[in-house]
Design a binder for this molecule. Structure first.
Ligand SMILES: CC(C)(COP(=O)(O)OP(=O)(O)OC[C@H]1O[C@@H](n2cnc3c(N)ncnc32)[C@H](O)[C@@H]1OP(=O)(O)O)[C@@H](O)C(=O)NCCC(=O)NCCS
Length: 185
């Protein structure tokens, strides 16, 4: 399969980055990436557990299939051929089929140099182009995740509620904040 590149450029610190759609052969890189993030116990749902290769491969295949059906967009960021970021918007179904759920992460050593913002911009752009049912984007964020909260505000996401003590993070219950953004059309 041919790479579909959506952006090429440099980070604030001068690192080269390529943002592109995933392909089947990315399974191993995605698996290693997500396990690194899980181990870090950062602000994602995986909190230290080891994810099996088979599960990650199946998840990627499902995402590729959803992409074909115009139900999901996922983009990967590479820096010198190393996977350093992933973001996606995945559509719900039935009566909430116009809602897309957003997720994003950047590898620890690559944060704070503009990759998250660029990746989010590209995913939103691609989603508007290729997800015909999309009208609302929602996301969930840990209340103690200041960088993400700041970034989402910059993209005009608004808080619409929170689940008190909805997340167990590093042994402490914290609030799960929900945000949304309306898409025109
Ligand atoms: C959230 C995340 C994706 C941001 O990616 P990033 O590449 O570090 O972000 P950028 O460098 O592009 O910064 C984007 C914006 O985020 C905010 N931000 C980033 N780092 C910040 C920090 N340390 N403190 C406060 N705000 C910060 C700023 O508003 C920034 O915009 P600016 O550069 O115009 O000031 C990244 O921190 C990450 O992967 N964290 C762990 C996983 C995670 O939290 N995922 C989101 C789950 S909801």
């Amino acid at each position: 399969m041919k790479d579909k590149i959506v952006f090429q450029g440099k980070t604030k610190k001068g690192k080269s980055i390529v943002v592109r759609y995933p392909k089947k052969s990315d399974a191993e890189a995605i698996w290693a990436y997500i396990n690194k993030l899980s181990k870090e116990q950062t602000f994602i749902l995986f909190q230290g557990e080891e994810i099996a290769f088979k599960d990650k491969k199946e998840y990627l295949e499902k995402t590729l299939d959803k992409k074909k059906k115009k139900k999901a967009v996922q983009l990967l960021v590479f820096s010198n051929n190393k996977l350093v970021g992933i973001s996606e918007i995945s559509m719900k179904d039935k009566a909430i089929a116009h809602e897309g759920v957003f997720g994003i992460s950047v590898l620890e050593e690559y944060r704070g140099e503009g990759i998250g913002k660029k990746l989010m911009e590209q995913v939103l752009k691609e989603a508007k182009k290729s997800l015909p049912q999309l009208k609302i984007i929602t996301l969930g964020v840990f209340e103690n995740n200041l960088p993400a909260l700041k970034m989402y505000e910059k993209f005009s996401f608004k808080e619409f509620g929170k689940l008190p003590e909805g997340i167990l993070h590093k042994g402490k219950y914290i609030d799960h904040i929900y945000m949304y953004k309306k898409i025109k059309g």
